[in-house]
Design a protein around this ligand. Structure first.
Ligand code: NAP
Length: 281
């Protein structure tokens, strides 16, 4: 058994490699050294593998608006290339996608078969990636996640930096989602790859929906509990008061029951994962 982790040096890729190492599972990671947008480069990748967890993506949500073709090359063509390579080797494949495939106008958590309707170029290219991946490899797994944080650029890192730099930090309080600790997602991805769960789409996110403002408050409180205090004021604002190139869903709450039943796990509240985040160096 050997895992290939494309995007293995990104935020999630690092967590997946740590999880594989912790479980004693052999693996090889690649990044832009095996360009997933280049079929010949993927064909030339000669390492053996029996499982692949695709963590590579063009993740700059706002940058995607002006660079949609580049984003599509990685997020859609790249997903297809991973599926093609897995199929050629008879490998189990897991591809990671996003809550941004949904329009965000629901009132209930999004089930895996809920109607999609991305609001942004990022969401469109990721949705195309899901479709191209599963068309090439119907036995594969697509796992959508949301509000990912871990060892890399992410919301908690930005909040901590801004709290340290500014006297007032304004955070959007009318977008609701489920923050997800990269370590918990990595564990679920590896478990799914090793399971006999039915192929198709799954959702993975830590429990308890919150707004970005609520998430920021919790980060501040978790720091305070560890003796790190900020003088800055945190202020809730609306999305209209913080215009960005890409539109983001107001309601980004994923229903994760399908994954939890398939793996026999309960995804813990994201608040409990902040200690893991704070322990990062
Ligand atoms: N971050 C979030 O909030 C979030 C939310 C929902 C879903 N997701 C999904 O979760 C997954 C992991 O995200 P992440 O935050 O860990 O992303 P990340 O830190 O940006 O890592 C993505 C990795 O993919 C690599 N990559 C980019 N283009 C490539 C190419 N053409 N060929 C090979 N590798 C390439 C990047 O390399 P370079 O750094 O060298 O470009 C980077 O190491 C993605 O599928 C993302 O869409 C993320």
């Amino acid at each position: 058994m050997r895992f290939w982790v494309p995007g293995g040096r990104g935020m999630l890729g690092k967590a997946v490699r740590q999880e594989l190492t912790a479980r004693g599972l052999d693996h090889v990671e690649t990044d832009t050294n095996v360009d997933l947008t280049d079929a010949a480069a993927v064909d030339a990748f000669a390492e053996p593998f029996t499982h692949v967890i695709n963590c590579a993506a063009f993740t700059g949500v706002d940058a995607c608006e002006s660079r949609e073709a580049e984003a599509r090359a990685v997020n859609a063509e790249g997903a297809y290339q991973v599926a093609r390579a897995a199929r050629a080797r008879g490998a189990v494949a897991v591809h990671v996608s996003t809550d941004y495939v949904f329009p965000g106008d629901a009132k209930e958590p999004y089930a895996t078969d809920a109607a999609t309707g991305p609001l942004s170029a990022y969401g469109r290219t990721k949705l195309e990636g899901e479709q191209r991946f599963l068309a090439e490899l119907p036995a594969g797994y697509v796992v959508r996640t949301s509000w990912l944080f871990g060892d890399g650029p992410c919301f908690p890192a930005t909040v901590r930096r801004l709290l340290a730099e500014r006297s007032e930090v304004r955070i959007v309080d009318d977008q609701t989602g489920r923050p997800t600790w990269a370590g918990d997602l990595a564990s679920a991805l590896v478990s799914l790859a090793l399971s006999s769960a039915a192929p198709g789409i799954y959702h993975c996110a830590n429990a308890e929906p919150v707004t970005w403002y609520g998430f920021a408050q919790a980060i501040r409180e978790a720091d305070a509990a560890r003796g790190r205090h900020y003088d800055a004021t945190l202020r809730p604002i609306t999305t209209d008061q913080y215009p960005t190139p890409a539109r983001r869903p107001a309601w980004s709450v994923l229903d994760t029951t399908k994954l939890e039943h398939a793996l026999g796990i309960t995804l813990r509240p994201w608040r409990e994962t902040l200690a893991d985040y704070m322990a990062l160096k």
